[in-house]
Ligand binder design. Structure first.
Ligand code: HEC
Length: 387
């Protein structure tokens, strides 16, 4: 036996699962704490026999989960109420409900990642990758058909002779002393090699720096980032007004965009005229859009019986003589531009849909103000149909 080696522990091999369970139970009740069991497959009831407590890894997750929730909440509070306060959708700066998804995701992500790293670093003691058991006969046996138990020297009860006798009393097929493997000095860490490494690192960094920062900037080379151009929001010394960003040239129209000539006017002197005929499809479209976008305030029949009563100023009826006498273009103007409390619906309702809504509104108005002549014309028509 080589006395210079440091002892890791004493291992004992057993032939059957019953013997190992029994051995584990007796070792635990003898008061040993620093011992482990290795079996070729999981043996049920082993945790209990060894007297193992539930793992503490949950506390690691809990700690880092709470810490990251606190961190991200603080971070969002700092960015959104201190560093860059902006009103978004009318919410307060510290809008807790809006922060919940990010807080939740961050808690889960950092909780999981830190649990994983915690297990590697704390529980597996990485980067220690040369466990004394690795090269032993014991490990060969327990990874094929034997059941093993190791009591480590770190255990306060450990005493070379006493522990060996104790193990022998458990009826093992054999026992083995396990030593720490000798420490190897890798050629890597010798001074000459380290100096070489440093020189290589220096040469590589200096030449990379010179190539990327000096050589490549010499004409005819150039970088895309080095262009003569203005970035958005940048100041300009060239233009008289000092703005880098220019306004569109007067009279230009963006592709696919049809300008509305009377936008911003409260009482336009001229208005557009309705390009749509009140066909069945157009009226159906108008009805659908009216019920979706107008009826919440104006009511299903445009009487002004708002469903938003108490939340929004009630609109007037659209059956007034005033609105009935409005040209279609005036109503189009109100939908496009808004009027007083009524906001613009230009973004929700397309141009064609606006005209369709107006055609439908005319139907509603006529239905509420039907005249005797309307009836005769219907009679005439139905009479015609009957023939
Ligand atoms: C959010 C509620 C709301 C919605 C939705 C709404 N309106 Fe209005 N509307 C109003 C209010 C309030 C007024 C009265 C504005 C004022 O005081 O001039 C009004 C006025 C009008 C008027 C002018 C009435 C008048 O007597 O001058 C017309 C026409 C009109 N709305 C049509 C529509 C159409 C068509 C839609 C659907 C595209 C629509 N509105 C959707 C609230 C609404």
């Amino acid at each position: 036996m080589d006395n210079n080696k440091k002892l890791f522990g004493i291992a004992a091999l057993f032939d059957t699962p019953d013997l190992i369970i029994n051995a584990a139970r007796k070792t635990a009740s003898a008061g040993y704490k620093k011992f482990d069991v290795n079996t070729p497959y999981p043996v049920h009831g082993m945790d209990k026999a060894m007297g193992l407590k539930p793992t503490t890894v949950g506390y690691v997750t809990l700690f880092f989960g709470f810490s990251s929730a606190a961190f991200i909440l603080l971070f969002m509070w700092w960015t959104l109420s201190i560093n860059y306060p902006m009103v978004i959708g009318g919410k307060p700066f510290f809008a807790l409900p809006a922060f919940i998804p990010i807080t939740f995701e961050t808690t889960v992500l950092l909780g999981a990642v830190s649990t994983f790293l915690g297990i590697l670093a704390v529980y597996f003691k990485l980067p220690a990758n040369s466990h004394p058991l690795h090269d032993s006969e014991y490990m060969k046996a327990v990874s094929t058909d034997k059941y093993g138990l190791v009591i480590e020297t770190e255990d306060p009860l450990f005493d070379i002779n006493g522990t060996k006798d104790f193990l022998k009393s458990l009826n093992p097929s054999s026992t083995e002393l396990i030593y720490y493997p000798p420490k190897e000095v890798y050629a890597l860490f010798q001074p000459r090699f380290m100096i070489l490494l440093a020189v290589v690192a220096l040469v590589v960094s200096v030449s990379t720096y010179i190539t990327l920062n000096k050589l490549l900037y010499i004409t005819p080379y150039g970088w895309m980032s080095e262009q003569d151009k203005y970035l958005p929001q940048k100041k300009s010394d060239y233009f008289a007004d000092g703005f880098g960003m220019r306004k569109p040239v007067q009279g230009t129209v963006a592709r696919g965009f049809i300008p509305y000539p009377y936008s911003g006017q409260t009482e336009p002197k001229e208005v557009l005229s309705n390009p749509l005929l009140p066909t069945e499809e157009i009226l159906a479209l108008g009805k659908r859009k009216f019920l979706t976008f107008c009826s919440p305030c104006h009511g299903n029949t445009a009487d002004g019986d708002s469903r938003l009563r108490g939340q929004f100023p009630n609109p007037p009826t659209l059956h007034s003589d005033k609105v009935r006498n409005y040209p279609d273009g005036r109503i189009y103007h109100i939908i496009t531009n808004g009027q007083n409390a009524m906001p613009s619906y230009a973004y929700q309702v397309s141009r064609e849909e606006r005209w369709a809504i107006i055609n439908y509104l005319r139907v509603l108005q006529r239905a509420k103000n039907a005249k005797a002549t309307d009836l005769t014309s219907i009679n005439k028509e139905s009479g015609k149909n009957a023939q």
